[in-house]
Design a protein around this ligand. Structure first.
Ligand code: BGC
Length: 687
């Protein structure tokens, strides 16, 4: 290959592709967003849809829902299905999954990620990546790293301790690389310790490529590259999305002006750069091409198949979380009521469009209203919108319209036997959306007021929240039933209806804590320097105490804890026991306990095992998730749950010695139904 051919491979040729080498038959690399559906084709040089008619995809639930399933098998099904769709659309790279940690409920992109816990996200990301790649499609795990907010994302410089970096923010990426064997990774927009993450020596050269021996390609986020020299030396392989100002849709092609285009070529020709780094970049890109487009036995994929609808529905049903259910308000079996009022904008609005790069053009999307009508019969359901929100319109609805929607909804529920309110957030700017953060934790569009008003005329009210984030719930004590229904994709309405009707027993649990108020969240407890940063500088002052690690340690009661979720049945946990009392550092601890379905309905339970080290030489969280298992139990059935925790996984990261350490001494393991509901404890000793 000539110098020109090699350099050409290292940067984009269009919005979503990079050149191959036509002279040698080396194919181009075509990429697609991710992470929960295959993005429509866009024009060569623009973000706008190209109006193809063969690219409307299946929308799978957003990744918060997947994480809430706590089910690695479901994650495999997800990866397999979306990988097949990407393959059918002839993509070599799927730009996902995203595993940035849920640090603040204001982050506009939390819905694209897998929650606040490094262990949960690690266990969920591995099967996703493996299954995508079995289709001959590279997963591109993003955004590496510390892209935990959208506000000021292009510039913010994150400072975080080594300990928090290794214990909280890196494990899911590490698992994706070491266990998932990811073929590509996407650099993040933000800076870390003064260097942009897309050309960050510590993250890309030292940690990713050296320590983890990553053999895939590092792809920049779109417009995340800012410097030729750093891009040459600091581990970037492929520069994407750069334009005159990073993300414009400028008409004139700037591709030859990319940092890794002419400026790199000139530097190579003048002797400023050697070819060593160039050859490494091209080797990695070629390896990715051999693994994908040029792979000999690459399957053919499939697109919008019935199996994908079934998968989307199954994932959704496993991820929906029942948060409150007083007086058996739910389920509502078909035939129980003659008149059900459905209220709320999210009952009918599309929740797959908007939100940024994950926005989808879908083959179909069953709305909650359609799903409920199909389940209960159209004659049973009356609908009133209650409130409205215009997509990407930053201005609220006029008061006149808002009032009439509100009043009409009150009239609709007055004589209903039951009310189902479908609200929450949406994919509008400043909601669950890329590019900026939410501006508060409350529900938008006066929904709090509406819920209060609905309750005052009809107390048989179920609230369904569609969101990828926690919201404040001033009305919670009044409302008898509450369901967290995320963004569920094409099968949203069907999945919601099967849960509400009781045909499917809810089995998801929360992958992140819901604080009562924003100040209770760790990142928000340290002022502006911690969130959102001051003059583009930010310090993660809560350090390792993210999510439930903070609530536990500071004894703050959250609204709903991490790992929490109800079922239509009940479970009884037996006492946790271990196979031994004393362990070597290289041992695996076998824990077991019985789990009984004590109710009348079959269902899944997600049993969790947390570990703690009461006397440590450093601060340790009160407890940390170390194992979980989702088990299906028939009514009345008892099973013995067996799990393993490796002693080495009890380690903390010692930033002085730059190594993981398990201090000899006492540890406590507990089984739990959530991070706030410990069932029993057992003490062990590590030698
Ligand atoms: C997002 C990435 C996405 C890329 C391409 C960027 O703005 O941060 O997650 O894959 O655009 O659409």
């Amino acid at each position: 290959m000539t110098l020109e051919e090699k350099v050409a491979m290292c940067h984009a040729q269009s919005k979503f592709s990079s050149p191959g080498v036509p002279r040698l038959g080396i194919p181009e690399i075509w990429m697609t967003d991710g992470p929960h559906g295959i993005r429509e084709e866009v024009f060569w040089d623009e973000w706008n849809g190209a109006k193809w008619t063969n690219d409307s995809c299946t929308a799978f639930p957003a990744l918060t829902c997947l994480a809430a399933s706590f089910n690695p098998e479901i994650s495999y099904l997800y990866g397999k299905s979306i990988g097949e769709e990407a393959r059918y659309r002839n993509k070599a790279v799927l730009l996902g999954p995203g595993v940035n940690i849920y640090r603040t409920p204001l982050n506009g992109r939390n819905f694209e990620y897998m929650g606040e816990d490094p262990y949960l996200s690690s266990r969920m990301v591995v099967p996703y990546v493996q299954a995508v790649q079995q289709n001959g499609v590279a997963a591109c795990v993003k955004h590496f790293a510390l892209n935990n907010q959208e506000k000021d994302r292009m510039a913010i410089n994150v400072e975080v301790s080594d300990r928090a970096l290794y214990e909280i923010y890196l494990p899911a990426f590490k698992a994706a690389v070491l266990e998932g064997k990811a073929w590509s990774i996407m650099g993040a927009y933000n800076q870390f310790r003064g260097q942009h993450c897309c050309h960050n020596d510590l993250l890309l050269n030292k940690i990713l490529k050296n320590d983890w021996q990553f053999d895939g390609a590092v792809i920049s986020d779109w417009g995340g590259v800012h410097n030729t020299e750093q891009s040459v030396y600091n581990g970037l392989d492929l520069e994407m999305g750069t334009s005159t100002d990073g993300l414009t849709t400028d008409g004139t092609s700037p591709y030859s002006e990319y940092y890794l285009a002419n400026p790199y070529l000139q530097g190579l020709k003048s002797g400023k750069y050697k070819t060593t780094e160039l050859d490494q970049k091209v080797t990695r890109l070629l390896r990715m091409i051999f693994r994908t487009t040029m792979a000999a036995n690459r399957p053919f994929g499939k697109f919008v198949s019935p199996e994908h609808s079934e998968a989307a529905r199954k994932i959704a049903e496993q991820g929906i979380v029942l948060l409150k259910n007083d007086k058996q308000t739910l389920p509502i079996p078909v035939g129980k009521y003659k008149k059900i009022a459905v209220i709320g904008d999210n009952a009918t609005r599309s929740l797959v469009i908007g939100g940024g790069s994950s926005s989808l053009k879908v083959a179909y999307e069953v709305s909650p209203l359609e799903g409920l009508k199909a389940k209960y019969g159209a004659e049973t359901i009356t609908f009133s919108k209650g409130y409205s929100s215009d997509l990407n319109d930053k201005k609220p609805e006029s008061k006149l319209i808002a009032d009439s929607l509100h009043n009409a909804a009150i009239e609709t529920v007055r004589n209903a036997d039951a009310v189902i309110f479908v609200g929450g957030l949406n994919k509008n700017w400043f909601q669950d959306s890329e590019g900026d953060d939410r501006q508060s934790m409350s529900l938008p569009y006066n929904q709090d007021k509406l819920i209060d008003a609905l309750m005052s005329v009809n107390k048989n009210l179920t609230v369904i929240l569609c969101s990828g984030n926690a919201v404040e719930m001033p009305w919670l004590s009044q409302v008898p039933a509450l369901v967290q229904a995320w963004y569920l994709g094409s099968e949203a309405g069907n999945a919601i209806a099967s849960i509400i009707s009781g045909e499917v027993n809810p089995s998801g649990k929360l992958p992140f804590s819901f604080p009562k108020k924003i100040e209770d969240n760790a990142a928000h407890s340290f002022g502006k320097l911690s969130y959102p940063g001051i003059e583009k500088k930010q310090e993660y002052l809560e350090d390792i105490l993210v999510g439930y690690r903070w609530f536990d340690t500071k004894k703050i009661t959250p609204l709903f804890p991490f790992g929490y979720g109800l079922s239509y049945t009940s479970f009884e946990y037996g006492k946790i026991v271990t196979d031994k009392k004393v362990y070597e550092q290289s041992d695996a601890i076998k824990v077991s306990f019985t789990l009984k379905n004590t109710g009348k309905t079959d269902g899944y339970e997600i049993a969790q095992v947390y570990a703690s080290q009461p006397k440590a030489s450093v601060i340790r969280p009160i407890k940390e998730l170390k194992a979980f298992k989702k088990t299906f139990l028939k009514a009345g059935e008892t099973q013995t749950i067996e799990l393993e925790v490796n002693v080495k996984d009890l380690a903390f990261y010692n930033d002085k010695t730059q190594s993981w350490v398990v201090e000899p001494g006492g540890f406590v393991l507990c089984n739990a139904a959530s991070s706030a509901e410990i069932k029993s404890k057992v003490s062990i000793t590590v030698k």
